[in-house]
Design a protein around this ligand. Structure first.
Ligand code: NAD
Ligand code: TYD
Length: 351
């Protein structure tokens, strides 16, 4: 039998994983076991607000480690595993895809195998769920109109999205073939506190505050659908509680913005919160485009809204202001997570 009070979160020291863990510890009575390799993107500082909780158990380790994952499952008997461990940065996948294959594909395969074995050992308890957190990037790039739905064709373009697409297929197959109760979620671009400062939004905030150029790839007219990270977390919990095993759910922000509009908005908000004599917008610099850059993503998340009653609480304008306020107040976190890991060089230039 599962322990109804225990969940495992892989990648729980990363951006979205740590938001989920903080939410579970602060707002529920669940015991949360975090499995995280602490790569450059994983930081215990992101769990600082909850690290002292007796309900948080942190295990450093790799999702591809069969012995370790099996032992965690046997020891804690979770009612669910949220898989957020991944290599997540498209630019890094362009420079060096091998870690993406290893963690996103082989790691997910290992988790599925371990979960299947565990699930069989507890009499196929029907309350168990394996929830795999994926991206809208598996669907490829959109033209000027339309949005991805759960039925969109998989057409991944980058090494990152191809590795995530592969993991999605494995998850689906383990449900179809072995009946493992899985849930699959495909989400658009997240933003918010604790976002590693080499991704667009935190990078722009950081560079702006340092008076450095704000790099915009190509013409900056690429479109992303931005979702505030805590809204994503609420969607993940709702899907875990009420989603139909074997189903897939799209999660989006209904907040399409061009990259240049995002950067300009950050400049405007910063100008208001931390005024600068020479406007921040003067730092905007167009740089060579990312190879194979997807032009537009947009998510239709009406299935999640109508069937499970979820909706976003933040607009881009409210969410970006909160995010910038958080970064202004948490420069120590930025310094701590960057230490010796990322020196601000351009990533994703191609090979
Ligand atoms: P992140 O890079 O901030 O965090 C990933 C975490 O996984 C880190 O803590 C890292 O240490 C850990 N990790 C990496 N390899 C591991 C391994 N082999 N074993 C154990 N832990 C490992 O990523 P994120 O932005 O929080 O994304 C989390 C998940 O959500 C990913 O699967 C990503 O594909 C997906 N996603 C992200 C976004 C987004 O906008 N950030 C959007 C949609 C989906
Ligand atoms: P990113 O945060 O890397 O997410 P993703 O590539 O997964 O969508 O980038 C968001 C968008 O911002 C993407 O279109 C690439 C662009 N971008 C820039 O224009 N400049 C930058 O310095 C970075 C990191 C990204």
């Amino acid at each position: 039998m599962v322990d109804l009070n225990t969940l495992i979160v892989t990648g729980g020291a990363g951006f979205i994983g740590s938001a989920l863990v903080r939410h579970l510890i602060e707002n529920t009575d669940q015991r949360v076991v975090v499995l995280d390799k602490l790569t450059y993107a994983g930081n215990l500082e992101s769990l600082a607000p909850v690290l002292k909780s007796a309900r948080l158990i942190f295990q450093k380790g790799d999702i591809a480690d069969r012995e370790l994952v099996s032992q965690l499952l046997r020891t804690y008997r979770p009612r669910g595993v949220f898989n957020l461990a991944a290599e997540s940065h498209v630019d890094r996948s362009i420079d060096g895809p091998s870690e993406f294959i290893q963690t996103n594909i082989v790691g997910t395969f290992n988790l599925l195998e371990c979960c299947l074995e565990y699930w069989a050992s507890i009499g196929k308890d029907e309350r168990f769920r394996f929830q795999h957190i994926s991206t809208d990037e598996v669907f490829g790039s959109l033209g000027a109109s339309g949005a991805f739905s759960e039925d969109s064709r998989y057409e991944p373009n980058s090494p990152y999205s191809a590795s995530k697409a592969s993991s999605d297929h494995l998850v689906r197959a383990w449900n179809h073939t072995y009946s493992l109760p899985v849930l699959l979620t495909n989400c658009s671009n997240n933003y918010g506190p604790y976002h590693y400062p080499e991704k667009l939004i935190p990078l722009v905030i950081r560079n702006a505050l340092a008076g450095k150029p704000l790099p915009v790839y190509g013409d900056g007219l690429q479109v992303r659908d931005w979702l505030y990270v805590d809204d994503h977390v609420r969607a993940l919990v709702r899907i875990f509680e009420a989603g139909v095993p074997g189903d897939t759910y799209n999660v989006g922000g209904d907040c399409e913005r061009t990259n240049i509009a995002v950067v300009r908005t950050i400049c405007d908000v910063l100008q208001d919160l931390a005024p600068r004599t020479q406007p921040y917008a003067d730092l905007i610099t167009h740089v060579p485009d990312r190879p194979g850059h997807d032009r537009r993503y947009a998510i239709n998340c009406s299935k999640l809204k109508t069937r499970l009653g979820w909706t976003q609480t933040e607009t881009f304008e409210t969410g970006i202001r909160k995010t910038i306020q958080w970064y202004l107040a948490n420069q120590d976190w930025v310094r701590a997570v960057l230490e010796n890991k990322y020196d601000g060089q351009r990533l994703g230039g191609g090979r």
